[in-house]
Ligand binder design. Structure first.
Ligand code: ARG
Length: 472
């Protein structure tokens, strides 16, 4: 079936008939790439100025074009100009809009550029802008975690390895561990941004232009740090999108790990935290239920973020240079990742900011599971006992305590001596949670003074993240 030629097509003169409907449906991207319109218009303004500088537009033509582009921008933002089902993509729709406003003058803007360098530019502009929005939301999450850490600076908690009680830690220490991960996610995006700050405009379809364009001027106007060094690479490179998706996927994985912890913490087995009603959901059948859906969705959304990365890498694999239409498939994963993060991160930040920490429960269980056993072993080491022997002596002590159902500190002097010659009564001096926490004073450790340093340092970092995101 052959359909009617759409009113504005950016190609078609060499074709005898219009495209088949099936082709049109397959090829049309305007339903998802329309969100690039503001960025496409920014690039168009910059390109118009460069055409003027090259003498390809006169002053009057330039100002008419700029006015029309501003108008189009306004109308597009307010829904007064919309893409039609006939527009193949965002570029087609905007060219139609321009032609409707300035007639044939609108056709001059296409000189020296191609949709290939335009789309690569639009996506970079979109992502650099949205990376800052994502970082703003991550700053809210970092802040929520740091504030909770501030409030729980004095609260001992069970520290786990293999999901088994290992050694007591400050609850704040654990919260700040999550902040470190999110802070690296932000740093990764900042680092990504330096590599993404390269402008493809001027590459044309792939080979550059015979017109006297000024790619560096366009790059500067659009906030890029340089113009692409190689025009073939400029139109075919999607590293910037894949790398962004990796940053997003890893942030998603970090959100899922925090989500999983919150799910555990809210169980009646743990009872470490209670979620605020505004960040919990109920059950349609069980009236008593309070479910951690935000945490579960944070955990689940990691799946689609990893999927977005996988989808794009798979599209890129084996693609020959330069532009191939496969590259149109870069956008939906990227948009999905951005939308997902902008949806999930604020919910997780709100959940963390409003959760109530059950300090008594954490403190009571901090030393459960013989979590002070390492302290006894290290006490023996300070007395000169080889760690291997100390480990064995305390292992016997733990077995003895399990069998007799008592704590490490409840064993009599005689029984201690019977268990091991190394176990003299002074070992009891290290059997306090406060002592165990204070003793772990290595940098980054759980001693209150060390955790305070971590908190202060990370607050400074979060301020820097916020400033970067606001910098535009
Ligand atoms: N919609 C296209 C994309 O997203 C724009 C570039 C089209 N270029 C072309 N030569 N057909 O990649």
């Amino acid at each position: 079936m052959t359909g009617q030629a759409p009113p504005t097509r950016l190609w078609g003169a060499r074709f005898s008939g219009g495209p088949a409907d099936a082709l049109t449906r397959l090829s049309t991207s305007v339903q998802f790439d329309w969100r690039l319109a503001p960025y496409d218009l920014l690039a168009s303004r910059a390109h118009a100025r460069v055409l003027r500088a090259a003498g390809l537009l006169d002053e009057h033509e330039l100002s008419r074009l700029l006015v029309a582009l501003d108008e189009l921008d306004h109308d597009a933002r307010h829904g007064l100009f919309r893409p039609s089902t006939e527009d193949e993509d965002v570029h087609t729709a905007l060219e139609r809009g321009l032609l409707e406003r300035v007639g044939s003058l609108g056709g001059k803007l296409r000189a020296g550029r191609s949709r290939n360098d335009q789309i690569a530019t639009d996506l970079r502009l979109y992502l650099r802008d949205h990376a800052r929005q994502v970082v703003s939301r991550l700053v809210e999450l970092e802040t929520a975690l740091v504030d909770q850490a501030e409030r729980t600076m004095h609260v001992p908690a069970p520290g786990m390895t293999h999901m088994q009680h290992a050694q007591p830690v400050l609850f704040a220490h654990q919260l700040l561990a999550h902040v470190q991960a999110f802070a690296r996610d932000v740093a990764r995006l900042q680092d990504w941004d330096r590599r993404a700050a390269v402008s493809p405009l001027g590459a044309g379809a792939l080979a550059g232009s015979s017109l006297p364009l000024d790619p560096q001027a366009v790059a500067t106007e659009l906030g890029f740090s340089s113009a692409a060094a190689n025009s073939i690479d400029a139109v075919s490179d999607r590293d910037f999108a894949a790398e962004f998706l990796f940053c997003a996927a890893l942030a998603g994985v970090h959100l899922s790990r925090l989500g999983e912890e919150v799910v555990l913490w809210t169980t009646s087995e743990f009872r470490w935290v209670e979620l605020d009603d505004s960040f919990a959901t109920g059950s349609s059948i069980m009236p008593q239920k309070k479910n951690p859906d935000v945490a579960e969705l944070a955990r689940g959304k990691a799946g689609r973020l990893v999927g977005d990365l996988t989808a794009l890498l798979t599209v890129l694999k084996g693609l020959p240079l330069a532009y191939d239409r496969d590259l149109q498939e870069d956008k939906e994963p990227v948009f999905d990742a951005v939308d997902t993060l902008l949806l999930v991160v604020p919910a997780v930040a709100g959940m963390i900011a409003t959760m109530r920490v059950n300090e008594a429960r954490l403190a009571q269980t901090a030393a459960d599971g013989f979590a002070l056993a390492t302290d006894v072993a290290e006490h023996l080491v300070r007395r000169g006992v080889p760690f291997r022997e100390a480990h064995e002596a305390v292992g016997h002590l733990v077995v003895w305590c399990s069998v007799h159902d008592v704590d490490l500190g409840d064993v009599s002097d005689d029984d201690l001596r019977t268990i091991s010659e190394h176990l003299t009564p002074d070992v009891r001096s290290v059997l306090s949670v406060e002592g165990a926490l204070a003793a772990r004073a290595t940098p980054g450790g759980t001693a209150p003074a060390r955790v305070r340093e971590q908190l202060d340092d990370v607050r400074q970092l979060v301020h820097e993240h916020a400033a970067w995101a606001a910098d535009g």
